[in-house]
Design a protein around this ligand. Structure first.
Ligand code: HEC
Length: 140
């Protein structure tokens, strides 16, 4: 059992280095052992998907989830990823995402897409695997 968990952990680490493959995604979703950051990322993903739906219906997302501030502290699969560049990308994401919940001269669609693009900006340097999935959050 332990070996299997280790194998999944290894696959999940590799999945950040490789281009996304269907097999990896399937195995990953069955894995029980994920980092705090991976769990937070999945919540961030779900929230953006929810927001996309709202924005498409012409509704405004209501409340910025304070929990997302944990991007600065959540334990990573690979702790070495958190360097000054990563911290800057974290702030960039939080700033862009907060704007979705504020009044602005920019349209909601623009603000939503800016936030999603800030996810992609960080992922290009740290974890390219989920990028195709994140791109689906953009409103065309
Ligand atoms: C500051 C950099 C950064 C930002 C911003 C960021 N990510 Fe991530 N993301 C990561 C890293 C690093 C991981 C790998 C986490 C780990 O394995 O501990 C990750 C993992 C993921 C995963 C895979 C989770 C899993 O199943 O293991 C998804 C999906 C994801 N991010 C989506 C998003 C979305 C959606 C956004 C924006 C709403 C976002 N990310 C913003 C760095 C970032």
């Amino acid at each position: 059992m332990k070996k299997i968990t280790l194998l999944f952990l290894l696959i999940s680490i590799l999945s950040c280095k490789k281009k996304e493959s269907k097999e990896v995604v399937i195995i990953e979703s069955k894995r029980g052992n994920q980092s705090e950051m991976a769990a937070l990322m999945l919540k961030m993903y779900d929230k953006s998907l929810e927001n996309k739906q709202l924005v498409l219906e012409g509704k405004e997302p209501k409340e910025f989830p304070q929990e997302f501030l944990n991007i600065h502290t959540a334990q990573l699969t690979d702790a070495a990823v958190r360097n000054s560049q990563f911290n800057a990308f974290s702030d960039f994401y939080l700033d862009s995402f907060k704007k979705v919940f504020e009044t602005s001269k920019d349209s909601l669609i623009v603000r939503h897409n800016n936030a999603v693009n800030s996810c992609i900006t960080c992922h290009k340097t740290t974890c390219i695997g989920p990028i195709p999935k994140i791109k689906k959050l953009l409103i065309k």
